[in-house]
Design a protein around this ligand. Sequence first.
Ligand SMILES: *Cc1c(COP(=O)(O)O)cnc(C)c1O
Length: 388
Amino acid sequence: MSKYTLTPGTAVPPTPFYYYDLDLLRRTLETATAEAAKYGYHIHYAMKANVEPHILREIQRAGLGADCVSGYEVQCAVENGFSPEKIVFAGVGKSDHEIEYAVRQGIFAFNCESLQELEVVNELAAKQGKVVNVALRINPNVQPETHKYISTGQSESKFGISYTEVDQALAKLHSLGNIRIVGLHFHIGSQIRKMESFAELAGRVNEIAAWFESKGVELKHLNMGGGLGIDYQNPDAEPVPDFAGYFRTFHENLRVAPGQTVHFELGRSIVAQCGELITRVLYTKTTAGGSDFAITDAGMTELIRPALYSAHHKIENLTAAAKGRPMGLYSIAGPICESSDVFARDIEFPVSKRGDVLSIRSTGAYGSIMASNYNMRPIAPSRFSDEK
Ligand SMILES: *Cc1c(COP(=O)(O)O)cnc(C)c1O
């Protein structure tokens, strides 16, 4: 059930808006940090999932570091109290000024994604008279079972340094005096629900790390990236993702050298379930083909995941009267002038009417952060369980 309760006699604030259950966020953080602590693992929160200041505050207080994919995210992390020693910076296209900013901050590591980037980071670090830590992001060619738009670790993907290029990368590192290789970084994709994919990753990492060690490179850290998936079909069955199983999978499969630290970059699994998008039905109509549509005041400008990668989100009708109505077959669509602006097609849903309030569940990650002003729409506000 949605955590957003409609109190009789109290007006619902103007829709659409995001609603965040901070208790669930705290419970999620407690579980994640406790399970990681069992093995001495470190978690960096993937900033790109959500940067609401309230949410960042909870995450920073829970002791997580930050995983950034742009210089702007590095800046946002620093401004929200994340210590630079806990910030990692990945991304296939870091621009010079983003690198310069991160060099100035003295971050934990640059996760470098190409041979050319190593040269550029070296050059920009030299300008500031610094030696910076880099981890090589290696594409391990692991195929997780997830949507192709959110899988990143296959040989044909744009991310990372190909495993066929590591020889060259190492040769280059020896000639670059302002960068120091301290670790290896991997990230095979997102919304991965099969632990076997992570076990396979750990196996590949063991081989790759052994190769570097055989060349005399001391790896101070191994970074396994993020990707742990959540239950979008049935968010109430698993409000807190299976962090125990996730970290145990690495503990059982990843070989860790003495003194080496292991890092993770979790985004979705930390924040997805605590968020809901609250919207109203504006109109209902039936197409010539007989399909019923409920048109909502939220659309792909608030939540683009269904339009972008056919993502499924559970939708609930929160209006009390809807509970007593029969079920129908509905498509729930936004107001944007794009045919892909549909949240769900032909789902079993209570007969819905103009003015009904709906909750689109599991939208705390890659929801508000991907909002746009398309059709000149304003950005939807956020509300928090603490405020009521
Ligand atoms: C997106 C991303 C993550 C986080 O992925 P989740 O699936 O949200 O856990 C971690 N690391 C990198 C490099 C990323 O690009």
